[in-house]
Design a binder for this molecule. Sequence first.
Ligand code: SF4
Length: 363
Amino acid sequence: MKYINEYRKPSTIKKIAKEIHIAAEQIPHTVNLMEVCGTHTMTIGRFGIRQLLPQNIKLISGPGCPVCVAPDEYIDTAIALSDNTDTIIATFGDMVRVPGSFSSLEKEQAKGKDIRIVYSPLEALDIAKGNPLKKVVFLGVGFETTAPTVALVIKKASVSEIKNFLVLAGHKLITPAMEALLEDREVKIDGFICPGHVSAVIGAVPYKHLTNLFCVPCVIAGFEPVDILEAILLLIKNLSINSNSVEIQYKRAVKEDGNRKAQEAMEEVFDVVDSEWRGLGMIRESGLAIKKKYRDIDAKYGLPVKLRRSKSRSECICGDILKGKKIPPACKLFGKACTPENPIGPCMVSSEGSCAAYYKYGG
Ligand code: SF4
């Protein structure tokens, strides 16, 4: 297939759905397949993929929405940095509405803090160049998809004359989170639909550790309905013969070894560290911190931070949703107090969040 319409063609979709139904008859019990990536969650909702599946095949959403997993502490730190009058915060748009423990960047912006939305870390570097008397802090969040670009900008800044550019490191690694979910006995996952964009960088190799350790099949999928249905079919076929392989459905973008250059950029700039995930808690070796060599650019060391925290918690159940333990309609605020216009938790804020997908497209 060459064109996007071919990946959305109703006759192809019906054909694969039929094959899924036939293959699922070989499995006498219910299986839970987790789509790890927020973009997959949106495609599943938008194209009604859940409704095409047999009763015994359930799709559950995982922790692959980058802003949803940023913990309160990260948002609180960004807000504390914005308290410095000589500091500009530069961030991707979704981040401004994510709640910390007592406020959000959007609310702080309304109070007059200099918080700007950018589309790339390079744009943040340009802001730093144009504002030499200010410190510009870029919020480095996301997974392996965005980490290489941020790494390259950190390298570029380190050899440039721009000395007022900093990064607040908050990147996460996807496979340690998948491992943490598999270790959690309250979450039953029989197979993973793995993220296509992340896998374009990391390749298929890191998932092999998971399949070997936990005996669950993984399929790396693209983002169109046919991609996702093909991935589901491959997972069901693997489950029916007890095979725990890692397969690449998204062959047009993902190579077995991933993108070596992007991996090298990350390895040069970041250390792998333990990291706190919203809803999932502290996960071993699941985050990226800026290496000592680039400490001048690390906002954690370069600026004073007077952290304000609040212990008051809302009734948001994003944590359980990110683990696949509950679905959004189980939250009593869903569609009532919490909507995309007035989001209470990050799963409703982000365009890739499960609550936003359920709200927009239904279950
Ligand atoms: S509906 Fe809103 S409050 Fe409820 S879990 Fe989702 S984001 Fe949180």
